[in-house]
Design a protein. Structure first.
Length: 757
């Protein structure tokens, strides 16, 4: 019998505590229950994440009472959490947390009006505001200065707590910071925080006007695709469909019509998009199609406030909303009677969560479809090799859409060899003559250009040409990126910044060389080359403000911007008919990444970026500037030869037993003391050697490609096997064999790892 409940208390603490389940509550405490427990001297609410027969602790307190009637987690979602826990070797408690938004876990049902406290932060600088509009400066000690006076330690504790999570419930904040509500109110008077009463219903789309659209007449390939998807939806057994359609082939329209059909059948649907903040267009299209019943569509994404997310989730739970659009975790939305799950851009690595549980939302979607007898559609112009092989082998139903809507032509891609360009005018220019000329011609014809470069900042390193000094991060094994507008050197791994030194710290020379151009530099050079053009830049530096992304895209749409420069933010899903030229600057550095998927990533990226061109009447053109023009991934992208790319890439993967021919698990050990990390890794490796069978390939431990990050040394062990189970069993046993895990060494296990950095 389970006498112990593991309870995550509502205090933003990332751990759970054991409580006794009193006899009288035996039948009502279940995983997912909201409960009241005593914590220290207080009564707090919590959430049951696990049950057990016994506890390692003594003197446990009993659960006070159960709040609400039933578990917050529906049975199918609970099953999915169990599957994730075993497949991804993640503690079940973490999986339970992952399937419920934090705000839903923490609030009892019906409890809607609460006081929320948020920190007043200046969005541009990231600094805490004193009075609204006035920015504080931190003194050397790093503590906040308020009108020349320091904050009291209690006030500082509130600010620190909010820096980690804002907004936060007032009731929670007072417990966490160990202060009274009066302290928080004082800070409100000073203008550092805002206390607000949450309204009853928060519509995340307030003020956004949407006109209803009707279904379009499908092109023949679309009609065929829809028919196959409907057949899969109505099939006796659950089926997964891979919809491979070139950019602009009208995949979204197919999803929309399939979902409309599911609704007619009284069934719900979940649509996953890679990063919703980056694809507002896609969300708008869904909301527009179902605009006459807006309450049926729920949107879940990271920029919702807690209150909005809470409401959206409960609208789904109550059955009011049956269509859910969202990023990764929307897969766990409590939609009843699912008819269809769509995973758009299924190849995107962002579907893999990069913290425990490290699940792939695409693979988990297929699993959810299986369990709930619902069809799953994976859509992409460049399917992941894993999915491609599953379609080839007949595990998935493969559907192809090879032509663009209205038979618009695919853009023509030209590769420009920048090695020759350098020789021609004697120096290394950033832009080739061709690209510059093509941009001029677009400006003349009032057509638009997109320039893509996957590197933000001004330059990726600052070098002293005299002595060879490179400004590196103290805590990470990378060089710091120079951000010119802010005149700072920034580490893109840990975020640490510093002012640009006046002279070289090694030799005192006052001249620096900046190498590796980023988007900021591209923008500066473009502005000089095309003084009359209206240029905008879109990367995570310029897009910090809420809605900044939407605003720039709106301007671009109405033609108020001629040239849009950006990182991968602009690679996805944008549909602007007047864009007739896409320039890709130096995709090479992605090819040099120490990752076996580098070629696949570059192929996908070029194909996706190219897909932004020529979506209107005028044919599109793509210019790729590269120093490795003959790289097979670049050449295949130029020929738009997906199959050809797959064939050669698969041959290479097969030879080396890489995915999709094997599942790959990456174990990373990290810690501040290098020798302890290394020793622990060696011990783990020793146990792994004993534990693995012949079906598992175990590679020796090596320093990770990013060998140090945030002050921690990182080592890696890779395992590969055709079946995941044999591998994860061996890992579980080996990790368990280390009886005393050394302090300060952390270990992450990434099953089906998407990134090996
Ligand atoms: P994909 O998702 O495959 O890149 P989209 O669904 O974005 O393609 O479609 C590209 C464009 O074609 C969109 O502007 C869309 O509205 C339009 N479109 C899609 N299907 C049709 C159709 N059957 N008739 C006319 N236009 C269509
Ligand atoms: Zn120097
Ligand atoms: Zn760093």
């Amino acid at each position: 019998m389970n006498c112990i409940a593991k309870v995550a208390v509502d205090l933003s603490l990332d751990r759970e505590f054991d409580y006794l389940i009193p006899e009288s509550l035996q039948s009502s405490v279940e995983i997912g229950s909201r409960v009241e427990v005593s914590f220290g001297k207080r009564q707090v609410n919590g959430f049951v994440v696990g049950l057990a027969e016994k506890s390692d602790f003594e003197g446990l307190k009993p659960i006070g009472k159960v709040l609400g009637e039933k578990s917050l987690i529906t049975e199918p979602v609970m099953e999915l959490a169990r599957w994730m826990s075993s497949y991804y070797l993640a503690p079940f408690e973490n999986c339970v947390r992952a399937v419920l938004p934090a705000v839903v876990r923490r609030k009892a049902s019906g409890e809607k009006k609460q006081l929320m406290v948020s920190l007043n932060v200046d969005e541009a600088s990231g600094l805490v505001l004193h009075k609204p509009e006035r920015v504080s400066t931190a003194n050397e000690a790093g503590s906040l200065v308020y009108e020349g006076k320091k904050l009291t330690s209690k006030q500082q504790a509130v600010v620190d707590a909010l820096k980690k999570a804002s907004p936060m419930l007032l009731s929670e904040l007072t417990v966490l910071a160990e202060v009274s509500a009066a302290t928080v109110k004082t800070l409100e008077k000073k203008g550092l925080v805002t206390i607000s009463k949450e309204s009853v219903y928060r519509d995340p789309h307030e003020g956004v006007q949407i006109l209803k659209t009707g279904p379009l007449n499908l092109m023949s390939q679309q009609a065929e695709a829809l028919e196959k998807i409907l057949a899969a939806m109505n099939s006796e057994k659950p089926e997964t469909v891979l919809l491979h359609g070139v950019t602009g082939s009208g995949k979204t329209e197919v999803y929309l019509q399939a979902i409309a059909r599911a609704l007619e059948q009284g069934r719900g649907a979940i649509v996953l998009v890679p990063e919703i903040a980056l694809t507002p267009q896609t969300v708008d299209r869904f909301r527009a199609r179902f605009a006459d019943q807006p309450e049926r569509v729920a949107v879940l994404h990271s920029s919702l406030s807690d209150g909005e997310r809470y409401d959206e989730w409960h609208r789904i739970r109550s059955g009011e909303a049956q269509i859910v659009i969202g990023a990764r975790s929307a897969l766990f939305a409590p939609v009843a009677n699912l008819g269809l799950i769509v995973v758009d851009e299924e190849h995107e690595p962002t579907y893999k969560q990069d913290e425990t549980p490290r699940y792939s939302a695409r693979d988990a979607a297929v699993m959810r479809g299986h369990r709930e007898n619902c069809a799953v559609v994976l859509g992409s112009a460049t399917p992941a090799l894993e999915s491609y092989c599953n379609a080839k082998s007949g595990k998935y139903i493969g559907i192809e859409m090879t032509s663009r809507v209205d038979h618009r032509r695919m853009p023509v891609m030209r590769i420009i060899d920048m090695r020759l360009e350098g020789q021609r005018d004697g120096k290394h220019g950033l832009f080739s003559k061709e690209l510059i000329e093509e941009i001029y011609s677009r400006l003349d014809r009032a057509e638009q250009t997109i320039i893509f470069l996957n590197r933000r900042g001004f330059s990726s390193s600052l070098v002293c040409p005299k002595c060879g000094y490179v400004a590196e991060c103290e805590h990470c094994s990378v060089s710091k990126t120079y951000h010119k507008a802010r005149a700072r050197l920034v580490c893109h791994i840990c975020g640490e910044e510093e002012a640009v030194p006046a002279c070289c710290p090694e030799c005192g020379s006052k001249e620096f060389k900046y190498s590796g151009a980023g988007t900021e530099k591209i923008e500066e050079v473009m502005a000089k080359l095309f003084p009359k053009a209206r240029i905008a830049r879109m990367d995570s530096d310029t897009m910090r403000r809420k809605n900044a992304h939407r605003d720039v895209l709106a301007k671009f749409r109405v033609g108020k911007i001629d040239i849009l420069i950006g990182t991968q933010m602009i690679a996805k899903g944008l549909d602007f008919p007047n864009v007739t030229l896409v320039g890709v600057v130096n995709p090479d550095h992605a090819l040099h990444m120490a990752d076996f998927r580098a070629g696949e990533r570059v192929f996908q990226l070029l194909t996706q970026v190219a897909g932004r061109a020529g979506r209107g009447e005028v044919e599109g053109e793509v210019l790729v500037q590269t120093h490795t023009p003959h790289h097979p991934a670049i050449q295949a992208a130029r020929r738009m030869d997906f199959e050809g790319f797959c064939d050669q890439e698969l041959a290479f993967r097969k030879e080396l037993h890489y995915p999709p021919f094997a599942h790959l698990t990456c174990i990373t050990l990290r810690g501040k003391d290098e020798s302890t990390v290394e020793k622990t890794g060696e011990t783990l490796f020793y146990y792994l050697e004993q534990a693995v069978s012949g079906d598992v390939m175990l590679s020796p431990m090596v320093p990770a490609p990013i060998s140090r990050a945030r002050g921690e040394y990182r080592y890696q062990i890779l395992l590969r096997a055709e079946k995941t189970g044999v591998m994860t069993r061996a890992i579980r046993r080996s990790v368990g064999a280390i009886k005393k895990w050394p302090k300060g060494v952390k270990c992450t296990i990434d099953v089906d790892a998407m990134s090996l950095l």
